[in-house]
Design a protein around this ligand. Structure first.
Ligand SMILES: NC(=O)c1ccc[n+]([C@@H]2O[C@H](COP(=O)([O-])OP(=O)(O)OC[C@H]3O[C@@H](n4cnc5c(N)ncnc54)[C@H](O)[C@@H]3O)[C@@H](O)[C@H]2O)c1
Length: 437
């Protein structure tokens, strides 16, 4: 294939050299004349293990050259990959000036071209940037229509500096975001030789995925460092601790707990997070990540409360009171916090929970209900149908499959608020909203 790579920095240089190694014909485009001269002399503009040899070989064999002309890049290739920098401004706001400029230049160059062209953005850009900036600039400059006269997709890069060449050939996955499968197809073909999962998805989802991957990596590093800081202070070998932590692939290094839903609760997570953060304070340590967990969780409970209050309706049915299915443990259930707040706002709340029947719960849990939330115990009803029938807003606290027959009971005048994403519980005639989806 004939490919132009716009922006010959870390990402662009590695991408260009690796594609040239796979016998593609590659043109590197950069506004920096020094980089253009270096590449044409067979030298790499960035230091990266293995890249020097790849680039020297590719230029020597005539599979890679560089230019500062966008028109040259577009007219001599069928695919353009945008790899320009997307730094942040001092405020933290994403600086899109590079993307703005390159998309304007590409638009102008497309105007001159008669053949079909595919453009893939590889730079890291916030969701909506392709639709809000890149495509409008390409269409305005070319006078052509994206999806019809040329294709656009988003194809994030997952290489890491220092291992970039190896990462290019072995990414975690290849993601192609586009408005239709066809537009992403030429880019998919570029990666035919890479034996890793390739996923076609929506444009905005692909744009956001790159950010959440990096945010999660940062979260993991900060978590490990804060844990290491406490461990050191209490004489625990933090390396051995985290090594052991990582051997749990059921709950720790796994998909567990990574599905957007309602706040955490129960008799363990809140109290243990609280104790660990308190220990940190006692040790005079600053641990902002650990300290932020409970406040963030409380804000999420507030989101649920606000969703109900925003309906302006007062009769609320809450389905599922304990913090997760198949338990009657009500201690620190976030749904109880939600119910308390709704009562405080003058809502008339009715609750159904198959597992929580005042007559049958015993021990610490009964004591908790009688002492801490006697007024909530009185709101529990034995019949799902009665709760749904008498309510205007239905808060589904857990997977809707736990409430057989619920769909059939819902009316067009109901508003359903989901706190847990339910499978096969698509919206019906009723109004429907999820807490974070
Ligand atoms: N560096 C990484 O490890 C890495 C990994 C994954 C994703 N990314 C993302 O990839 C993008 C590029 O990162 P980078 O580190 O390679 O950036 P970089 O700053 O090293 O390189 C950007 C290049 O783009 C060139 N450029 C700017 N405007 C141009 C234009 N209009 N036309 C042609 N060239 C132009 C610059 O001269 C420079 O050479 C960023 O969005 C970054 O977030 C980077």
């Amino acid at each position: 294939m004939k490919i132009s790579v716009f922006g010959m920095g870390y990402v662009g240089s590695v991408t260009a050299a690796c594609l040239a190694e796979q016998r593609h014909e590659v043109v590197g485009v950069d506004v920096n004349p020094t980089k253009v001269s270096l590449i044409n002399a067979g030298q790499t503009p960035v230091i990266e293990p293995g890249l020097g040899e790849l680039m020297r070989e590719a230029v020597r064999e005539g599979r890679l050259r560089a230019t500062s002309s966008a028109t040259d890049g577009v007219s001599s290739t069928d695919i353009s990959l945008i790899c320009v920098g997307t730094p942040t401004l001092r405020s933290g706001r994403l600086d899109l000036s590079g993307i703005e400029k390159v998309s304007v230049e590409l638009g102008r160059a497309l105007k001159e071209k008669s053949g079909f062209h595919t453009i893939a953005v590889r730079s890291t850009i916030l969701p909506g940037t392709s639709d809000g900036l890149v495509i409008p600039n390409l269409e305005a400059g070319s006078g052509k229509k994206a999806g019809r006269d040329f294709a656009v997709c988003y194809n994030p890069e997952f290489i890491r500096e220092g291992t970039a060449v190896a990462d290019f050939y072995s990414p975690p996955f290849t993601i192609i975001g586009a408005h239709d499968l066809q537009q992403g197809q030429p880019i998919a073909e570029l990666y035919a030789a890479i034996d890793k999962p390739l996923v076609h998805t929506e444009m905005r989802l692909a744009e956001m995925l790159k950010y959440i991957c990096n945010a999660y990596h940062a979260l993991k590093i900060v978590f490990a460092n804060e844990i290491g800081t406490i461990a050191k202070s209490v004489g625990v070998d933090s390396q051995a601790l985290m090594q052991l932590f990582c051997t749990d692939e059921k709950l720790n290094i796994s998909r567990a707990y990574l599905q957007p839903g309602f706040a955490f609760g129960g008799s363990c997570l809140p109290k243990d997070v609280r104790s660990l953060a308190y220990l940190g304070r006692e040790l005079d340590l600053k641990l902002p990540l650990l300290e932020s967990l409970l406040p963030s969780n409380e804000i999420h409970i507030r989101r649920g409360i606000d969703l109900v209050l925003q309906t302006g309706k007062k009769k609320v049915g809450v389905l599922g009171l304990s913090f997760k299915p198949d338990t009657d443990d009500l201690r620190e259930s976030p749904t109880i916090e939600l119910v308390k707040a709704l009562i405080g706002e003058g809502c008339q709340v009715k609750i159904f929970d198959e597992k929580v029947k005042l007559s049958s719960i015993i021990g610490a849990n009964r004591e908790f209900v009688e002492k801490e939330i006697p007024h909530i115990g009185a709101l529990l009803h034995a019949s799902l149908e009665d709760v749904v029938k008498d309510s205007e807003v239905i808060v589904v606290g857990r997977d809707a499959r736990e409430f057989p027959g619920l769909r059939e009971m819902l009316r067009a005048d109901h508003t359903v608020i989901e706190l847990a994403r339910s499978k096969n519980f698509e919206a019906g005639a009723w109004k429907h909203s999820g807490i974070c989806w």
